[in-house]
Design a protein around this ligand. Structure first.
Ligand code: NAD
Length: 356
């Protein structure tokens, strides 16, 4: 066990340590059991540690941090260099502000979501936009037509995530599609995939309420309630049954390891699993299955140049975001809003803070 701890601490490989256990005398089996229990404890410490320290990946919170990056509002004052917008304009806020320097390869080549110096409101240490007044660079404000409300304007952010995913996934008219997870990201992905002509579409979730919401948004979608106790292959069988075939594309919107496995097992030979969800730092994949079936496993990080498209899709009526907002609070009721968002009994999808 000491040896194992040393290897874990130095980031080495454990496999060589197990060689002495290969001849299975009762003593060795007993020792092996202890080792396995120890490894399980180590894993738990890692997760608990992560949970208590607060942070996502390299993004760690050290001080108070204002949240919010899905926002829309009205301009009440402009700086002297502002040329395009004026007081009274209604706008949606794109909350990732890249450096835009010509020396930045990501910005220069238009892949600005990869800018290493991007400032993202609500990512530590930069406060978010859940506030009455906020100063925002003109270039990253998108004028809203009168037909789009502030509520919808705020939802252009998650829609942007979905549009970026759909575009990079290469979804085509008539592609059989599975969406894993019917949270807000899965639901906006469903709306976008429906508008893009995916057919048939299956959406999954553990929660029947979320699936009911999916069905009310897109009546032709087929829903599969994932069984917590079943393994990924069994859940994939349910999905394939509902889809009537194997999936050409899976858009994964949970980031949960078992759900990614389910998506992989539901894919056809040569299919793609496009992961929008984010989850644990390290995850396993059914490597040989992915390899033997030439399944493309791809990922999405935020978005670029999606707001103008999102505005057009909503204003032209191809995507209706309004039903996603289930709960509304004032800014002063912020705490209640967060409680509603985190309490499954509230059955919330999108909770919004409104300031008249
Ligand atoms: P959410 O937590 O509200 O929704 C996730 C849904 O997945 C829930 O309805 C939950 O019941 C369901 N779920 C959990 N385990 C499941 C399983 N095994 N099978 C099927 N469904 C399962 O989250 P959200 O706001 O919809 O976001 C979805 C994911 O997308 C999150 O991981 C989020 O962090 C990520 N995200 C990624 C990007 C990006 O740039 N890639 C941007 C925004 C959000």
């Amino acid at each position: 066990i000491e040896e194992i701890d040393k290897v874990i601490e130095t980031g080495g490989y454990l496999s060589t340590l197990f060689h002495p256990f290969l001849t299975n005398t009762p003593e060795r089996l007993q020792a092996m059991e202890e080792v396995m229990k120890h490894l399980a404890r180590r894993r738990e410490e890692g997760d608990v540690h992560f949970w208590k320290t607060g942070g996502i990946g390299d993004s760690v919170i050290h001080h108070d941090l204002g949240l919010g990056h899905e926002s829309a509002g009205i301009i009440i004052k402009t700086g002297s260099n502002v040329k395009r917008l004026k007081v009274g304009d209604r706008v949606a806020l794109e909350c990732g502000i890249p450096c835009s320097k010509p020396t930045c390869e990501a910005c220069r080549t238009g892949r600005y979501n990869a800018c290493p110096d991007i400032i993202f409101y609500s990512s530590p240490p930069v406060h978010g936009t859940l506030r009455r007044y906020h100063v925002h660079p003109e270039a990253w404000l998108h004028p809203l037509p009168d037909s789009i409300s502030y509520e919808e304007g705020a939802l252009l952010e998650p829609l942007s995530v979905a549009l970026a995913g759909i575009e990079r996934s290469g979804l085509r008219l008539g592609d059989p599609l599975v969406i894993c997870g019917a949270g807000p990201i899965g639901l906006v992905s469903l709306l976008a995939a429906h508008a893009a002509g995916a057919a048939p579409i299956v959406i999954t979730d553990l929660d029947q309420n979320r699936l009911a919401m999916a069905k009310s948004l897109v009546p032709r979608v087929r829903t599969v309630q994932i069984q917590r106790d079943a393994d990924a292959k069994a859940n994939a069988e349910l999905i394939k049954g509902a889809l009537g075939q194997e999936a050409k594309l899976v858009i994964e919107c949970t980031g949960v390891e078992s759900s990614i496995h389910t998506g992989i097992y539901a894919s056809r030979f040569g299919g793609s699993v496009f992961v929008i969800g984010v989850g644990k730092d390290f995850q396993q994949i059914p490597f040989m299955h992915v390899s033997f079936r030439e399944i493309d496993l791809r990922f999405q990080f935020r978005y670029k140049e999606t707001y103008p498209k999102a505005i057009m899709l909503v204003s032209e009526g191809l995507i209706d975001l309004k039903p996603l907002v289930t709960h509304r609070f004032t800014l002063e009721q912020g705490r209640e809003a967060f409680e509603a968002a985190s309490n499954p009994a509230a059955k919330a999808v999108k909770v919004q803070l409104l300031d008249d």
